[in-house]
Design a protein around this ligand. Structure first.
Ligand SMILES: Cc1cc2nc3c(=O)[nH]c(=O)nc-3n(C[C@H](O)[C@H](O)[C@H](O)COP(=O)(O)O)c2cc1C
Length: 339
C-alpha cells in the first residue's frame, strides 16, 4: 500500500466532514465542529499549517557522507524517530456515528509499536474507551501514554489510578486547553481550567513523569514547570479551542528559550511532513505530535495505512537531515532554518 492509495481508500470511509485533501491544511473542513475542523471563523488549523511553510531550510551538503540516525528517547524509552501520534477522544462524534475510537487506539498502538514510536491516547468520554486503551497499551509493549481531559480533579485522580491498575504507563498527560472545546464544555462538569496548585497536586498523584498538553505561551510553560511538569505539549488543540491564537510554529522558539531544557518539549498543530518535523526540532522541540493525517491514514488502511504514513514521515525527515547537514537529531539547530 502506498500513501496515495491510503488517501483514496480514506475518501470512501471517512464520511462527509473530512474531504481527505491531498495535504491536510484545515481549509475544506473549516468551521466543522464537532468534526475535524477548527473553532470560530475556522482559521486556526490552517494558520498552524501555513506557519511551518513560512520557515525555509538552509542546505548544507559539505559534510561527511555518513549515515543518518533519527533515534531519540522519551523518559528513558528509545524511539526510532522523534514522533508521537496525538490523542483523539471520539471519532463517532467527529466523523461517522458507527465509528469506534477503541479500534483506532488499538490499531494506532500496533502501528506505533511496529515503527518504534509512541501513541498518546485520549482517555475519552466513556469508561470503556479508557479501559480498552489500557488493554491495547499493555498488549503493545506499553507504548501508549494516556491523556486525561480537564475534568474535575477527583475524576482525573480516578483515571490516573485506573492507568496504574495493570501496568503503569511511561507518563501521564493532563490536557488543559480542551477547557475551550464547545462540545465538551457540558461534559467537563466542574472541570475546566486548572491552577498551578491543582496541577502540582495532580503531578504528585501521577507517580510517573507528568505532561501538560495545551501550552501556547512562555508564561504558561513556566507555570507548568512550576507545577512540576516533566514535559509540555505546545498545542492549540489544532485550532479547535480558540480562534486567532498564534500558530504553534510561531510561539515554539520563545517557549523553548524560556523552558531552557527544564522540560521536554513536544509540539503539534499542522505538522504534516518530515520537513515540518525538522523545522520543529530546529526551533527547539524534542518531539513532534501529529493528529488528523494519522486518523485519515487509519481510515485509509488501518494499521497498515498508519505505518505507511509513519514511513513516509521518517523518509522525509532523513532526506531533510541529509541535505541540511545533520547526521543525528541533536545536530539539528536553528541556523539550519530561515524564518
Ligand atoms: C477529531 C479530533 C479529536 C481530538 N480529541 C482530542 C482529545 O480527546 N484530547 C486531546 O488532548 N486532544 C484532542 N485532539 C487534538 C489533537 O490531539 C491535536 O492536539 C490537534 O489535532 C493538533 O494536531 P493536528 O494539526 O496534527 O491535527 C483532537 C483532535 C481532533 C481533530
Amino acid at each position: 500500500m502506498n500513501y496515495t492509495e491510503v488517501l483514496e481508500n480514506a475518501k470512501k470511509k471517512i464520511g462527509p466532514k473530512c474531504k481527505v485533501c491531498p495535504v491536510c491544511n484545515g481549509l475544506a473542513c473549516k468551521n466543522t465542529l464537532p468534526g475535524p475542523g477548527s473553532k470560530g471563523p475556522g482559521n486556526g488549523a490552517n494558520d498552524n499549517y501555513e506557519a511551518w511553510h513560512k520557515i525555509k531550510l538552509n542546505m548544507d551538503t559539505i559534510v561527511e557522507n555518513t549515515a543518518i540516525d533519527t533515534s531519540t528517547s522519551l523518559f528513558g524509552r528509545e524511539l526510532a524517530f522523534p514522533l508521537v501520534s496525538a490523542p483523539i477522544g471520539s471519532i463517532r462524534l467527529q466523523y461517522n456515528s458507527e465509528d469506534d475510537v477503541r479500534d483506532f487506539n488499538e490499531k494506532c498502538m500496533a502501528a506505533c509499536e511496529s515503527r518504534g514510536i509512541l501513541h498518546f491516547y485520549s482517555t475519552g468520554l466513556e469508561e470503556s474507551v479508557h479501559n480498552s486503551a489500557i488493554q491495547s497499551r499493555i498488549s503493545h509493549g506499553n507504548n501508549g501514554i494516556p491523556v486525561i481531559n480537564p475534568e474535575a480533579d477527583e475524576n482525573i485522580i480516578k483515571q490516573m489510578t485506573r492507568c496504574h491498575e495493570k501496568q503503569s504507563p511511561l507518563a501521564i498527560t493532563v490536557v488543559v486547553d480542551s477547557a475551550g472545546l464547545p462540545h465538551l464544555k457540558e461534559c467537563h462538569g466542574s472541570g475546566g481550567t486548572k491552577s498551578v496548585e491543582q496541577l502540582r497536586a495532580l503531578k504528585e498523584e501521577a507517580k510517573v513523569p507528568f505532561i501538560v498538553k495545551g501550552i501556547m505561551t512562555a508564561k504558561s510553560a513556566l507555570k507548568a514547570i512550576d507545577a512540576g511538569a516533566d514535559a509540555i505539549i505546545v498545542s492549540n488543540h489544532g485550532g479547535r479551542v480558540l480562534s486567532d491564537t498564534p500558530a504553534t510554529a510561531e510561539v515554539l522558539s520563545e517557549i523553548a528559550d524560556a523552558v531552557s531544557g527544564r522540560a521536554t518539549i513536544i509540539v503539534d498543530g499542522g505538522i504534516r511532513s518530515g520537513i515540518d518535523m525538522f523545522k520543529a526540532y530546529a526551533l527547539g522541540a524534542d518531539l513532534c505530535m501529529i493528529c488528523r493525517p494519522v486518523l485519515i491514514s487509519y481510515y485509509g488502511g488501518g494499521q497498515e495505512g498508519m505505518e505507511c504514513y509513519f514511513d513516509k514521515l521518517k523518509a522525509e525527515l532523513v532526506d531533510t537531515m541529509y541535505m541540511c547537514g545533520a547526521r543525528q537529531i541533536s545536530d539539528i539547530s536553528r541556523d539550519m532554518i530561515r524564518m
